[in-house]
Ligand binder design. Sequence first.
Ligand SMILES: [Zn+2]
Length: 187
Amino acid sequence: MSLLPIHLLGDPILREETIPVTEFTDELRTLVDDMFETMYAASGIGLAAPQVGRRERLAVVDVEGAKYAIINPEIVLAEGKARAEEACLSFPDVYGTVERATRVIVQAQDVNGTPFEVEATDLLARCFQHEIDHLHGKLFIDYLSYLKRRAALAEWEELRKQYTGNIRHLKPGAPELVDPEHPEAGM
Ligand SMILES: [Zn+2]
């Protein structure tokens, strides 16, 4: 397995529509394995293909051991609303409060192409919504008010200076520490 570079806000791929997966190959399974490894190395709870520079419609999540690769996912039911802080692995250290459904049912395919359905609540439901947004070029900052989005983008303009070429390279070994003031993991 290998760690994949994470593509950062500013890279156009984060705003592009993904392409449905039609072939469930060994290459696809390797991509999924690499995405899990990359997500864990970044201390994240979710990671979508565009965040590693790929166009396949797929994402991985692991919320407290609830671990899923969701391929061609769709939300078929969403209910309830709650606001909570989110962070994104594609613009680390920027936070924003986003309203999301508290319960969702997601239909997707697994790495072998077998359809499945998963019901999720609370953080897992939030993570699914965040990742499925990524698969359609949408980011959590899009939900912020004009002023809050402007502040978040200004913050990112400063933070991004530590990276070169909109790419974040993770180091193998110990996962990156989660900021104690913002224990929400990135996704
Ligand atoms: Zn994200």
